[in-house]
Write a protein that binds this ligand. Structure first.
Ligand SMILES: NC(=O)c1ccc[n+]([C@@H]2O[C@H](COP(=O)([O-])OP(=O)(O)OC[C@H]3O[C@@H](n4cnc5c(N)ncnc54)[C@H](O)[C@@H]3O)[C@@H](O)[C@H]2O)c1
Ligand SMILES: [Zn+2]
Length: 372
């Protein structure tokens, strides 16, 4: 495996992955349409993209672009996607088109043209789980259904046991948890997984599916108000604007640094034992959204206030964090970046970025559709 294609490789996770692959002596090509929501109105080659990366500006939904991009390629990371959970609930066609049809086009070209691709690595998401795994003191391990709109309207944020109603405590979620996506984005990720798995077993072309948790770090589109909670909070904190905390700030998440995600991506390429497996990629630690907001504002000595007004978004889950047993044992993944260290890096980088204020636009898109 020498020449690697990264679809969506001009973005946050893809560009960091490109750096790691170049450092290991691989040649890297990127197919990316430089989507305006991520790359701004000018849609220029990002300055952070290593000059050795061969950038094909094109669309993963277009057969000709995919054929051209696959020429001479030994392995593919398929990252091109639209990634906003809230936005996916109204931009439905576009999310399905890019995420599902884009993946279908990649596989269709692989099925119908000569190529030498020996592995496909897919960036899936913890969103496919829906709610994470919980424990009820009386009933044991439970996989509760998502909360109803009525429950959220009444500000009952916590999830009760579906059998006995007792309060539940979150547990780490492993890869065997039954999937229960509750947003269009999550559904598209589940379909991507199924497409890749089915293709992979039919054509005996090895694949690795990685379920990333909440990834944060340098280069995350800081002016994209639709996704990337770390970047959104850093943007608000730097410009001194109030930070809106949804629900009671206690939703539990697994914030994983992009450098750790890159480590998992490289393991997926190099470690044959991971072939045809599905793996969680998180930090393995549960933190709350409030922990994230508090640390960012504190480190930036920001005058931003944390605003709690009981808002919620349809499509958000209460809790999910990663059980890393399988990824440690089979993928060989070992996250190393502490949250404090990772946030320090995020902040140092964010200080140097030119900020735009588009957050209210994203909230109002949800509010006018009664999704918030
Ligand atoms: N960032 C996270 O927290 C997270 C969590 C779970 C999964 N993921 C997945 O990881 C992958 C990468 O995410 P990211 O955070 O780097 O996002 P990103 O938005 O920074 O990168 C995605 C890239 O894909 C490109 N793209 C979008 N539509 C395209 C199309 N039709 N054709 C070609 N390129 C296109 C964009 O221009 C962008 O450069 C995505 O598949 C995402 O669903 C990310
Ligand atoms: Zn119970």
């Amino acid at each position: 495996m020498k020449r690697i294609l990264i679809t969506g490789g001009a973005g946050f996770i893809g560009s960091h992955t490109a750096d790691a692959l170049l450092a290991k002596g691989f040649q890297v090509r990127v197919l990316d349409c430089l989507d305006q929501q991520i790359h701004g109105i000018e849609r220029k080659r990002p300055a952070y993209l290593d000059p050795r990366v061969e950038l094909f500006i094109g669309d993963v939904r277009l057969r000709g672009d995919v054929i051209r991009a696959l020429d001479g390629i030994d392995a593919v990371y398929h990252f091109a996607a639209q990634t906003g959970v809230g936005q996916s609930m109204y931009d439905i066609h576009s999310y399905c088109d890019v995420n599902i049809s884009g993946t279908a086009m990649l596989l269709d070209v692989l099925a119908n043209t000569e190529h030498r691709v020996g592995k496909i690595i897919l960036s899936s998401s913890r969103a496919v789980y829906g709610e994470g795994t919980y424990r009820c003191d009386a009933c044991g391990i439970v996989f509760p259904p998502t909360r109803s709109r009525e429950q959220l309207v009444n500000h009952c944020w916590e999830i009760g046991c579906p059998t006995c109603g007792k309060p539940l405590s979150p547990l780490p979620t492993d890869e065997e948890k039954p999937l229960s996506p509750i947003s269009i984005y999550a559904l598209t990720k589940q379909v991507q997984e199924d497409l890749v798995r089915t293709f992979s077993s039919t054509y005996r072309l090895p694949s690795v599916i990685l379920r990333y948790f909440n990834v944060y770090g340098t280069r995350q589109a800081i002016n994209n108000p639709y996704t990337g909670i770390g970047a959104i909070f850093a943007n608000r904190a730097l410009s001194g604007q109030d930070i809106h905390i949804y629900e009671d700030g206690k939703p539990g998440r697994d914030f994983v640094n992009v450098r750790d995600v890159v480590q998992a991506n490289v393991c997926a390429l190099e470690n044959d034992r991971a072939e045809n497996g599905t793996f969680n990629v998180g930090s393995g630690e549960r933190l709350t959204v409030l922990d994230l907001a508090t640390l960012i504002t504190k480190k930036l000595k920001s005058r931003s206030k944390l605003e709690f007004n009981g808002q919620f978004r349809m499509g958000d889950i209460r809790d999910c964090y990663a059980d890393l047993t399988k990824s440690r044992e089979i993928l060989g993944y070992r996250p190393t970046v502490t949250f404090a260290e990772g946030i320090e890096e995020l902040i140092a980088w964010a200080r140097g970025e030119v900020l735009e204020d588009r957050f209210m636009e994203a909230e109002s898109a949800l509010r006018t559709r009664n999704l918030m």
